[in-house]
Design a protein around this ligand. Structure first.
Ligand code: COI
Length: 354
C-alpha cells in the first residue's frame, strides 16, 4: 500500500460550515463537508480517498441491507485551549473496531489507514470542530458489506467510510431509566460486545415502550436470569455504592466502553476505590433502602456522562440524590474534559494531537 499521508483529497467547491448553528447543535444533525471512502475488493483494500460528503450509489442487493454485516465506531475530536485539535484514544477505538469486525466476519481496515484517514479527514474539516463548551466533532468510522448478492453468505466486498459532524453532549438533563426484565439487549455468546448495527436496532422496541411509560432509557439486565444489570441504553452504566465506583464487568454481552475505561482510570486517580463486578437488581434495591447508593450514570462517547436521577425497579421509582460539583460523576467528567482540552496534563497518553 502507498503511503497514506498521500490520501488524495477532493475538496468541496463551497463549504457548508457557515450554515451550522454551533450554539444550538443537535446530535447527528450536521455532517461535515468531507468523508473518507475505501473499498475492499478482490481480497484487498483499495486506496482510500477523501471526497465531498455525498449520497452513495449501492446495489439494493448489498448484503449489509439484508443480513446486517455493519459495524461502526463512535469517536470524538476536540478543539484544545491552545487551538490544536485532538482525537481522543485513537488506538483503543481501532482495537475495538477490529474486534467488532472480526466478530461479524468482516474485512478489517488496516490500522494505518484508520489512523491516517482520521487524521487527514479531521484536518481537512478542521473548521467543523466546535469551540463551544462540551461540544466536539463526532467521528463515525463504519464498514458495511457491499457485495451485491442476496444469497446468505459472508460478503466478499466491503466499504469503509468515515463521516464526521459537530455535536453537543447527548443528555443535557439527568435521565430516568427503567430496569428491563422482559427484553434483552445481548446474551452470552452473542454480539453484545461488538458495535454492530443490529445491537442498536434490536434495542429500539423496548426503549420505545419505556419512553411511553415516561423513561428515557432502559437499564438492560442479563439474558439468563434478568437479575444483573448490564448497560444503560446505548451506554455503559456506573454506580456509586458505599462510596465506591462500581460497574458491571466486561463480558461478551457488554460493550468495552472507552469512556467507561477512561472514567474508571480517572476515578482511581482521584483516590476512589473502583470495582468491576456484577451488580444485581436486588443489590440496587437494598442500596436505595439503606441509602448507600449515591450516584448512577451512563458513560459513553456520545453522552460522556449521563447522570441518572430515577431508576424504576418493578413498579417503584427510586430517586437519586441531586448531583453537585463534588459528585464523583462531575469530578471525573471534569477531569476527562480537562485532559481532552489540554487544560491538564495528558498523563495517560490519550490525546492524539493533530
Ligand atoms: C456513542 O456513544 O458514541 C455511541 O456509539 C452510541 C450511540 C450514539 C449510537
Amino acid at each position: 500500500m502507498e503511503l497514506l499521508t498521500d490520501i488524495p483529497v477532493k475538496r468541496v467547491y463551497r463549504s457548508r460550515v457557515m450554515e451550522v448553528d454551533f450554539n444550538n447543535l443537535e446530535f447527528g444533525k450536521y455532517v461535515s463537508d468531507h468523508m473518507l471512502v475505501c473499498d475492499f475488493k478482490a481480497g484487498e483494500w483499495q486506496l482510500p480517498v477523501i471526497v465531498p460528503y455525498a449520497n452513495l450509489s449501492m446495489s439494493p442487493a448489498s448484503l449489509a441491507l439484508h443480513y446486517g454485516q455493519t459495524v461502526f465506531e463512535g469517536m470524538k475530536a476536540f478543539r484544545m485551549h491552545d487551538g490544536h485539535i485532538n482525537i481522543f484514544r485513537l488506538e483503543k477505538h481501532y482495537e475495538r473496531f477490529a474486534r467488532s469486525l472480526e466478530r461479524m466476519c468482516m474485512a478489517v481496515p488496516p490500522q494505518e489507514m484508520f489512523t491516517e484517514g482520521l487524521l487527514k479527514l479531521v484536518s481537512t474539516d478542521k473548521s467543523w470542530v466546535p469551540q463551544q463548551a462540551g461540544c466536539s466533532l463526532y467521528l463515525r468510522p463504519f464498514v458495511f458489506a457491499s457485495e451485491a448478492r442476496f444469497g446468505v453468505k459472508i460478503s466478499d466486498e466491503y466499504r469503509f467510510i468515515i463521516i464526521t459532524g459537530p455535536v453537543p453532549e447527548l443528555y443535557a438533563k439527568p435521565i430516568r431509566v427503567k430496569v428491563e426484565t422482559n427484553y434483552v439487549r445481548a446474551a452470552k455468546g452473542g454480539t453484545g460486545f461488538a458495535k454492530c448495527g443490529g445491537n442498536y436496532g434490536g434495542a429500539y422496541y423496548p426503549t420505545q415502550l419505556a419512553r411511553k411509560q415516561g423513561y428515557d432509557q432502559v437499564l438492560w439486565t442479563d439474558a439468563k436470569e434478568n437479575k444483573f444489570i448490564e448497560e444503560s441504553g446505548m451506554m455503559n452504566v456506573m454506580f456509586v455504592l458505599n462510596n465506591k465506583l462500581v460497574t458491571p464487568p466486561l463480558s461478551d454481552s457488554i460493550l468495552d466502553g472507552i469512556t467507561r475505561d477512561s472514567l474508571l482510570t480517572l476515578a482511581a486517580g482521584l483516590g476512589y476505590e473502583t470495582e468491576e463486578r456484577p451488580v444485581s437488581i436486588a443489590e440496587l434495591e437494598n442500596a436505595f433502602r439503606n441509602n448507600t447508593i449515591r450516584e448512577a450514570f451512563g458513560a459513553g462517547t456520545a453522552a460522556v456522562v449521563a447522570p441518572i436521577d430515577t431508576i424504576c425497579i418493578g413498579d417503584t421509582d427510586y430517586m437519586l440524590p441531586a448531583y453537585g460539583p463534588q459528585s464523583l460523576l462531575n469530578r471525573v467528567k471534569d477531569g476527562l474534559q480537562k485532559i481532552r482540552l489540554g487544560l491538564s496534563e495528558d498523563i495517560y497518553g490519550w490525546n492524539r494531537v493533530i
